[in-house]
Design a protein around this ligand. Structure first.
Ligand code: XLS
Ligand code: NI
Ligand code: NI
Length: 436
């Protein structure tokens, strides 16, 4: 397997002193941290859509990246070549997982039947490549947002015929995800949202989205697919208002429609910031409510208000994210999928390696820092102290609701003004910087 990236050898761990840009300085897959290998903690996955199908296009111009696997004029030949290139890339990079949309791996044909045949052909090859390389599928998903039939949404489309088309597509995507041993399946509501309430029955559309997901749960049982279902929140883009806008909103949706036991969330860093939250906030919300599933690891740009999907490089962010993930028990079915794309000027195949190496090292450093923070227990201690009042007999009585407003008024009248304490934010921020 040395066809599409002939200049690149297997990327190795060389340690922090290495000057080789095509080596890991921090990601040492076998190294144990808190009793588990770095590879098992981080569960890195490469995404197919940006890494192999994204060629640098933006709203002002077409692709800038020329790839050897993309040269044939026969679409299915391109699909096969791309798949081989992908597995060469995964192997050389040393990741254990990949993720795809149905339409990334096989191009859509004129009819659904023909499209499904194409998928079968590619999935057969993918299965063999997975077996030969030991690389697994972290999750599969459906692209029910690019084709013009989905211009007004998939599950939330005003037309039941489009709903049916989306359902058929998801059915097939679940089947192939199962065939490839996928550990999860993602629902990102690409166009499940609206532009104006003048033409939108929001309640109906939410109901229909839930119906689609219930059907998916039923079908999952029917075909005995054991992977975990995830919803991926995003507040806007492509629609002005997306229905799965953030973790809190998804949690309410899952509860209302009785879907909580069947779904967790796939949190994307750039979607968190678009929703006006930090990445860590979204992760913490999921941990606190038992719905942390997987992560799309990327970052946005401070000055741009859209999903720039850049490779994660900020150690501050990766440290806080890994701290929350580790404290929440770590990944089980999920992992860190790089839903990130090269910048338009990064045109060489080599740039794909630089991007992923940097991102993996950034998370490896985050993991090491977070493990130290956990071992030292300094932040745990600070948090415990801040809430210590709740461990007194008085605090417990409130928590257990053994007292009500009347008793609390009596207490306050008797004891007067409460003592207030410093939040120590700056001290804690300084303490955090000691770990970076
Ligand atoms: C787009 C989403 C998408 C999902 C998969 O913003 O992040 O890439 O991860 O459909
Ligand atoms: Ni994503
Ligand atoms: Ni995104």
């Amino acid at each position: 397997m040395n066809t599409f990236f002939p200049k690149i050898k297997k990327i190795k761990y060389e340690g922090p002193d290495s000057k080789n840009p095509l080596a890991f300085k921090h990601y040492n897959p076998k190294k144990k941290i808190l009793g588990k290998s770095m590879a098992d903690h981080l569960r890195f996955a490469v995404c197919y859509w940006h890494t192999f199908k994204g060629l640098g296009a933006d709203p002002f111009g077409g692709g800038t990246m020329i790839r050897d696997y993309n040269t044939s004029s026969a679409p299915m030949q391109v699909a096969e070549d791309t798949l081989h290139a992908a597995f060469e890339f995964f192997t050389k990079l040393g990741v254990n997982f990949w993720c795809f949309h149905d339409r990334d791996i096989a191009p859509e044909a004129d009819t659904l039947a023909e499209t499904n045949k194409r998928l079968d052909k590619i999935v057969k090859i993918a299965k063999k490549l997975q077996k030969d390389t030991g690389i697994g599928l972290l999750w599969g998903t459906t692209n029910a947002f690019s084709h013009r039939r989905f211009l007004a949404g998939a599950g939330t489309n005003p037309s039941p015929q489009v709903f049916a088309y989306a359902a058929s597509q998801i059915k097939k995507a679940m089947e192939i995800t199962k065939q490839l041993g996928g550990q999860g399946y993602v629902f990102w509501g690409g166009r499940e949202g609206y532009e104006t309430l003048l033409n939108t029955d929001m309640k109906k559309e939410f109901d229909h989205l839930a119906t689609l997901l219930h059907m998916a749960v039923d079908y999952k049982k029917q075909i005995r697919f054991k992977g975990q279902f995830y919803i991926e929140p995003k507040p806007k883009e492509p629609t002005k208002h997306q229905y799965d806008s953030d973790a809190g909103n998804c949690f309410a949706f899952l509860q209302k429609y009785d879907l909580l036991k069947d779904f967790k969330l796939n949190i994307e860093a750039n979607h968190a910031t678009l929703a006006g939250h930090t990445f860590q906030h979204e992760l913490q919300f999921c941990v606190d409510n038992g719905i942390l599933g997987s992560v799309d690891a990327n970052r946005g740009d401070l000055f741009l208000g859209w999903d720039t999907d850049q490779f994660p490089t900020d150690i501050y962010e990766t440290t806080l994210a890994m701290y929350t993930i580790l404290k929440g028990g770590g990944f089980t079915t999920g992992g860190l999928n790089f839903d990130a794309k090269l910048r338009r000027q990064s045109i060489d195949p080599e740039d794909l390696f630089h991007a992923h190496i940097g991102a993996m090292d950034a998370f490896a450093r985050g993991l090491k820092n977070a493990a130290k923070m956990i071992k030292d227990k300094k932040f745990d201690k600070a948090l415990r102290q801040r809430y210590a009042g709740w461990n007194t007999a008085f605090g417990r009585k409130i928590e257990k609701r053994q007292v009500g407003f009347g008793e609390l008024e009596q207490y306050t009248l008797k004891n007067g003004e409460p003592k207030v304490q410093s939040g120590r934010q700056e001290m804690l921020e300084n303490m955090l910087n000691e770990y970076l």
